[in-house]
Design a binder for this molecule. Structure first.
Ligand code: NAD
Length: 490
């Protein structure tokens, strides 16, 4: 069966091109899927435009849209096992992590479904005083949305966009990462099963320049919501500029994890490991920069190094594995280059820094959990997103210095502070220039609270009420209740 989904029909790529999807854990062929080109992207855009301009979805009562999203959440829960397996085969991530992701994905559909199922469209009545008029502010869908997603959390990032876009009444073209298409294909089936009208949801698979760029340039697209790397984000923003599309960008991070000497030692060590080594560091909010107060530095770095050395690598279905492979050979090359650059610039290798010797892992794109000590702010491995299992350790003496080091980055996605002093925790949290700050924790998020970056980590918000607002236009409707001539020009 072909894998592009356009106007409610499954379609093959117009020029017949396909792509092999291989599991990063062992290189095994997962499937061969259709590879869309610009003509397919344009056909999908036309379908989404027609569904928005002439179809029922934008005018379906919000309560009914909400109910459909709740049905999708039920279907996601029904298919949890198969979807988690598909996600793990495409990404190489541990099955248990894909299962957690599926729970978050269903929760996301439930959250946005419930938000609009109440029937409260988010509008308000304006008080006009003595003026005889009705003044209403209403929320309307933006129109056709291009939703472009990365490979690290394929269905989760998709859910963060698809659920609010549909809740608000938009139609969309989804372009997932070319490396991880399978759960996006499955989601199209579930949306159709839940009763979404044809043409509201469209899917093109394929490479960014050929399948994604045409969406960002097309005048029929009203909004681009993009999650991915900083360099691509700049391109997307530039491509959307000539037609002044609404743009939301969720880009990378180089997130500081600040540990003060009074932190709960064991808990902070445990979380410092999860912060950076979860999903082999391929997490936008990964705590890849560890900043440790001087007097704790040696003991803390020793404990983190010992923890990193204990992490067992393995494929998605290896129950003993605690972390998996990188997404591709090219990505592993990039991570290796960052480690080499860090060492050349004076970092001290505490562990890892190479591929595992285990022959059982030789066919996958594995890289050992790596700790680089004595790092400084100017190193490229500290400044840029390696997006791999690489922790850099820097020292600080004072609170002032910790905040300055933490903020010394173009990124501003997330960060954490560990201390038992509540005053300090709140001072530091309020001074960190990041969209999310955790105190004595790392990585939790909830669909009720907004997610997004400051600085070059992007703009626009996902999740929470502002996540819905990203997909809404605001319109003021004024009705004169006593119209009569004004006499200015007549
Ligand atoms: P990427 O930028 O290479 O690709 C992201 C998506 O953009 C893919 O679907 C790709 O095909 C598409 N694309 C590439 N070129 C394009 C173009 N010219 N026009 C339109 N689309 C194009 O990113 P990636 O390697 O897939 O993902 C990793 C990055 O994503 C990391 O930087 C990570 O920090 C970031 N990320 C951010 C968040 C967040 O919430 N801020 C979440 C997850 C991942």
């Amino acid at each position: 069966m072909p894998e592009l989904f356009i106007a409610g029909q499954w379609a093959a790529a117009r020029d017949g091109r396909t792509r092999e999807i291989r599991c990063p854990a062992d290189g095994a062929l997962v499937a061969v899927v259709d590879e869309a080109g610009p003509d397919d992207a344009r056909a999908a855009t036309a379908a989404a435009r027609a569904a928005f301009d002439h179809g029922p979805w934008p005018h379906t009562p919000a309560a009914d849209r909400g109910r459909l999203l709740l049905r999708v959440a039920d279907l996601l829960e029904r298919d949890r096992a198969a979807l988690a397996r598909a996600e793990s085969l495409d990404t190489g991530k541990r099955l248990v992590e894909s299962e957690y992701d599926l729970d978050d994905i269903a929760a996301c559909f439930r959250y946005f479904g419930a938000l609009v199922a109440s029937g409260d469209g988010g509008g308000r009545i304006v008080d006009t005083g003595d003026v005889p008029a009705d003044s209403r502010v209403v929320r309307e869908p933006v129109g056709v949305c291009a939703l472009i997603t990365p490979w690290n959390y394929p269905l989760l990032q998709t859910a963060w966009k698809v659920a609010p876009a549909l809740a608000a009444g938009n139609s969309f073209v989804l372009k997932p990462s070319e490396l991880t298409p399978h759960t996006a294909i499955a989601l199209m089936r579930l949306l159709a099963e839940a009763g979404l009208p044809d043409g509201v949801a469209n899917l093109v698979l394929g490479a960014g320049p050929s399948a994604g760029a045409p969406l960002t340039e097309d005048p029929r697209v009203d909004l681009v919501s993009f999650t991915g790397g900083l360099v691509t984000g700049r391109r997307v923003m530039a491509a959307a500029a000539p037609t002044v599309k609404k743009v939301a960008l969720e880009l990378g991070g180089k997130n500081p994890n600040i540990v003060f000497a009074d932190a709960d030692f064991d808990t902070a060590v445990d979380h410092a490991l999860t912060a950076v080594f979860l999903h082999s560091g391929q997490v936008c909010s990964a705590g890849a920069r560890l900043l440790v107060q001087d007097e704790l530095h040696d003991r803390f770095t020793d404990a983190v190094t010992a923890g990193a050395e204990r992490i067992r690598l393995g494929g998605p279905f290896d129950p003993e594995a605690r972390s998996g492979p990188l997404i591709s050979a090219a990505h592993r090359d990039k991570v290796e280059a960052y480690v080499a650059a860090g060492l050349a610039e004076g970092a001290v290798l505490r562990c890892g820094g190479r591929r595992p010797a285990d022959p059982a892992l030789a066919r996958g794109h594995y890289f050992l959990p790596t700790v680089l000590d004595e790092c400084t702010a100017g190193m490229s491995v500290v400044r840029e997103e390696s997006f791999g299992p690489v922790l850099t350790v820097e020292r600080f003496r004072t609170e002032e210095e910790a905040v300055a080091l933490a903020n010394d980055t173009v990124y501003g996605l997330a960060g954490a502070v560990w201390t038992q002093d509540p005053g300090r925790a709140h001072r530091v949290a309020s001074r960190l220039r990041a969209g999310t700050v955790w105190i004595n924790d790392f990585h939790p998020y909830v669909p009720q609270a907004e997610w997004g970056g400051m600085k070059q980590s992007g703009f626009g918000r996902e999740l929470g009420p502002s996540g819905l607002a990203e997909y809404q236009e605001t319109k003021h409707i004024w009705r004169n209740l006593a119209p009569r001539p004004q006499g200015w020009f007549s």
